[in-house]
Design a protein. Structure first.
Length: 117
């Protein structure tokens, strides 16, 4: 079973940057087999897609983060990243990593991102 562990969240001022990481284990070369994504869930709101990357490397982003966030992979480290720049208070949420493999969804435990002055 795939295991995903997020890290890199924290408190940052508006306009600042963070890089989230999602380390995958119990499967080698996960990006050859799984589509991956970053989701977030703010307090009192539904979970929403932030960014996704397909097995072929194609990416898509929520309109609210286009031009500010970048999703990427490191095959050697079996790790998914989300570089977040120009952060806004409305980016505050718990961020989750997702893998879709063989029609099953796998989720990490989430990492809190708080954007506040």
């Amino acid at each position: 079973q795939v295991q995903l562990v997020e890290s890199g969240g924290g408190l940052v001022q508006p306009g600042g940057s963070l890089r989230l990481s999602c380390a995958a284990s119990r499967i080698r070369s996960i990006f050859r087999y799984a589509a991956m994504g970053w989701y977030r869930q703010a307090a009192g709101k539904e979970r929403e897609l932030v960014a996704a990357i397909s097995r072929s490397g194609g990416t898509n982003y929520a309109d609210s983060v286009k031009g500010r966030f970048t999703i990427s992979t490191d095959n050697a480290r079996n790790t998914l990243y989300l570089q977040m720049n120009s952060l806004k208070p409305e980016d505050t949420a718990v961020y989750y990593c997702q893998a879709v493999l063989d029609h099953r969804d796998y989720w990490g435990q989430g990492t809190q991102v708080t954007v506040s002055s």
